[in-house]
Write a protein that binds this ligand. Structure first.
Ligand SMILES: [Cu+2]
Length: 490
């Protein structure tokens, strides 16, 4: 397929970005089967001179050498590439490589991304990943959903259900009011329908009374943390969670069979996905809302207040969603992460998030954001830095990620999923396979909050890729580093 990267200004003067098909459809949902090649011809139609809004941002002068690059060599404010978030695809040029892949204004680039045969079925997504301008691109709306088909074979509960793909994005608040109280740091939209401060007029989701649907929700926000809740007449409703971050819940215990988990709210860091079964309101329940609950992001954090996202409108004549989950078509595929919980780790590492004023004598100077392997010197991300971690294909490692900053950070690693083992030193039973996890803020005293993760390098993927905070303002300001996985020796 062909996509172009486009820009425009909205009515408030904010810069918007999107990926567009030849027929004009914006940021389409992509569907692939495990084993597929996803072929995309991407043309950058963002004019070289039109991105003044981003001029002067960190990272604008990064350059590479011809031998170490993929596509363009010199980064500009209109550069773009695509990260296929959560996918277990190769970090190589023309696939899911983002450290050195750049497409500049007027250029066309061919993607041929090979999905493995054992890619877990579920919801993934795609977005630009140019260091220094990733926040502006994603706040501008350049993101879309990507579904790996087959979830009904792993969790038969969803087979045949009408499904809705719900993409929540964030964007600048018009007028740039000071965040706090009811004023959010960022506004939200649902499938490009704005839910703007101060009125918070919600988007609309239509459903038949008591109808069961699979909602596949992507937090495509650049910076906003969500805590989803569905309320009917003010009462939180059960959400039957069937997948997190593209992996069916409970499918990793060796049975390859998904097991649903019932919750009344779902924490969704930026870039995280949740797929859950909802039951529509009864005809008598007229006040029904999908909302996000307030997030305590810490003293240095953003303001992510409680607010509605969508009003649920019920009628017997509600149109059916465009897509339904297929019927069961075969046995569940063998799980990609089989028996990871029983592996013995070959290395244990500690990493930490931290923040330092760029000029410690000036409280108004920009903040430098770091993710550091304990013992190394905190270093802002640079594509030319040597890898901070070197490991070997086949290894399994336990990483403890600490937060030493006074705001939440959201850990993400490319190419692999991890198994959540413990939070704040307390073992987590039935931990899930994730590619996003929140590490809560340090309150300023006491032990640093932490998560312990089991990293799985047993698969075929080798090469250099990144891990970072997925609050993209933090990533653009340095909170990213490179890992190198060397090929197995023998
Ligand atoms: Cu962060």
């Amino acid at each position: 397929m062909s996509l172009t990267y486009e820009t425009t200004l909205d009515a408030n003067g904010n810069t918007l970005f999107c990926f567009m098909t030849a027929s004009g459809s914006q940021s389409p949902t992509l569907h692939v089967n495990p084993g597929d090649h996803l072929m995309i011809s991407l043309k950058d139609n963002v004019p070289a001179a039109s991105s003044d809004a981003m001029a002067g941002m960190a990272g604008m002068t990064v350059t590479g050498t011809a031998s170490s690059t993929c596509g363009a060599v010199t980064m500009t404010a209109s550069s773009v590439n695509i990260h296929y978030h959560g996918t277990n695809t190769p970090p190589t040029c023309h696939q899911d490589e983002v450290i050195r892949t750049m497409i500049n204004s007027g250029e066309t680039f061919q993607y041929d991304v090979q999905f493995p045969k054992d890619e877990p079925p579920g919801l993934y997504w795609y977005h630009p990943h140019i260091h220094g301008i990733s926040e502006a691109a994603v706040l501008g709306g350049a993101s879309g959903a990507l579904i790996v088909e087959g979830i009904q074979n792993v969790n038969t509960e969803v087979a045949g259900l009408p499904q809705q793909v719900l993409v929540i994005r964030d964007n600048l608040v018009p007028g740039n009011p000071t965040a706090g109280g009811n004023v959010p740091s960022w506004d939200l939209s649902l499938n490009y329908v704005p839910v703007a401060y101060p009125v918070y007029q919600p988007a609309v989701i239509q459903i038949k009374p008591l109808e069961k649907q699979l909602w596949r929700v992507l937090n495509a926000s650049a910076d906003t943390i969500l805590d989803l809740q569905l309320q009917y007449e003010g009462i939180p409703q059960p959400l039957r969670l069937v997948a997190l971050d593209g992996v069916p819940t409970g499918s990793q215990d060796g049975t390859s069979t998904g097991k649903s988990i019932t919750q009344t709210d779902i924490l969704l860091p930026p870039a995280a996905r949740a797929e859950f079964i909802v039951t529509g309101p009864a005809a008598s329940e007229v006040n029904a809302l999908l909302m996000t609950l307030n997030i305590d992001t810490g003293p240095d954090g953003d303001n992510d207040p409680t607010r509605p996202i969508a009003a649920i409108e019920t009628s017997e004549t509600a149109p059916a969603p465009a897509l339904s989950v297929p019927q069961v078509s075969g046995p569940p595929q063998v799980g990609r992460f089989a028996a990871l919980d029983r592996e013995k780790p070959s290395a244990k590492r500690k990493l930490y998030f931290s923040e330092v004023l760029s000029d410690p004598t000036d409280p108004n100077s920009p903040t430098n954001f770091f993710i550091t392997v304990d013992g190394q010197t905190p270093t802002l991300f640079d594509p030319n830095n040597p890898p901070s971690i070197v490991t070997t294909q086949g290894s399994v490692e336990d990483w403890t990620i600490e937060n030493r900053a006074l705001e939440n950070h959201e850990f993400h690693i490319h190419q692999i999923h991890f198994l959540l083992l413990a939070e704040n030193g307390v073992p987590v039973t039935n931990g899930q396979y994730l590619d996003m996890i929140q590490v809560p803020y340090w309150p300023g005293t006491g032990p640093y909050p932490s998560v312990k993760l089991r990293m799985d390098f047993r698969g075929p993927l080798v090469g250099d890729f990144v891990y970072h905070c997925h609050i993209l303002g933090h990533e653009d300001s340095g909170m990213m580093a490179t890992i190198r996985v060397n090929p197995r020796q023998n």
